[in-house]
Design a binder for this molecule. Structure first.
Ligand code: MN
Length: 298
């Protein structure tokens, strides 16, 4: 896919996300924001030829403009000028975790990750983390009710293992896309270059971290709200060697179940191929939220 097509696809994706967001925030249908997004949709839907650099910049400026308007709308909404903000994300009660659906099909990441791996990994492995986390939470709830904490060490381990497993896999699925690949853009690109020197140096270190995880685990790009810089961590299993109060942005699973059926013991090829499916748009969105200056550093 050309860089241009990829960019237009990203705009489509962004447009869809904005619509979902407006829906989730119950913005009224006659709102100016909806009109703006509709006009924008029409614009990119009719974009079927290579645009000049200037035209692309104009398109980008339009997207940024809509984004700014949305920001100011929601800021006013928060300040009570246009009513209350509706937060539809539900709190998960103890034992209430569910397996998140993938936004693409099991075969969508082929040839880089096979359908068989994706099916087992998501439906079996991830599901077992969800079940394990629910079980740990329910047993700890029971412990509180019975005031019996004799098994707290066991359930705390289960909570950390399955909880980290569930949360990391949730990020991992979103970190990938059939339309992925390429390099990061915008402020994430800047932040990577500032700290690691260049995108290629970052990719080199991240790949080495993934390849050299001792035993099973993950390589994780995090944002530290305290240091205000990015960092690359390795974690063994899901929860050892972590650095708390960092925000995972991009993660790769290097447990054998993530690649063995296809790559056997060649973790290295799996890691190298994985870059072809990285959903940088998702990583950028996560970074923008995590690096928000309003994020409390404590
Ligand atoms: Mn896994």
């Amino acid at each position: 896919m050309t860089r241009f097509r990829q960019y237009v696809n990203e705009l489509f994706h962004w447009n869809e996300q904005m619509k979902q967001f407006l829906n989730s925030q119950e913005v009224e249908e006659n709102s100016e924001l909806w009109n703006q997004l509709d006009v924008f949709t029409e614009l990119i839907e009719n974009t079927n030829r290579e645009l000049s650099h200037e035209e692309l910049l104009q398109l980008q400026a339009k997207a940024e403009n809509i984004h700014e308007q949305m920001e100011s709308y929601f800021k006013r909404k928060q300040e009570g000028v246009v009513g209350t903000i509706f937060v539809l994300e539900k709190e998960v009660p103890a034992g209430g975790h569910t397996l998140p659906e993938l936004s693409y099909s099991y075969h969508a990441l082929e040839p880089y990750i096979s359908e068989q791996i994706m099916r087992l990994h998501h439906d079996k492995h991830h599901r077992s983390y969800v079940n394990g986390l629910n079980k740990a939470e329910l047993n700890l709830k029971k412990a509180r009710e019975n005031n019996d904490f004799s098994l707290i060490k066991h359930w705390s381990r289960e909570l950390a293992f399955h909880g980290s497993g569930h949360y990391l896999h949730t990020i991992f699925w979103r970190n990938m896309s059939p339309n992925g690949g390429g390099d990061p853009q915008g402020i994430l690109k800047q932040a990577i270059e500032d700290y690691f020197g260049s995108i290629s140096t970052f990719k080199k270190q991240f790949s080495e971290a993934a390849k050299q995880v001792e035993g099973v685990g993950w390589a994780i790009l995090v944002w530290s709200p305290i240091a205000k810089h990015l960092e690359i961590l390795q974690t063994e299993r899901h929860m050892l060697l972590t650095q708390w109060n960092t925000v995972p942005l991009l993660v790769i699973d290097v447990w054998e179940h993530a690649y063995y059926l296809q790559y056997k013991n060649d973790r290295s090829s799996y890691v190298d191929n994985w870059w072809n499916i990285v959903n940088w748009h998702d990583v950028e969105m996560r970074f923008e939220k995590a690096a928000d200056k309003n994020w409390p550093a404590i």
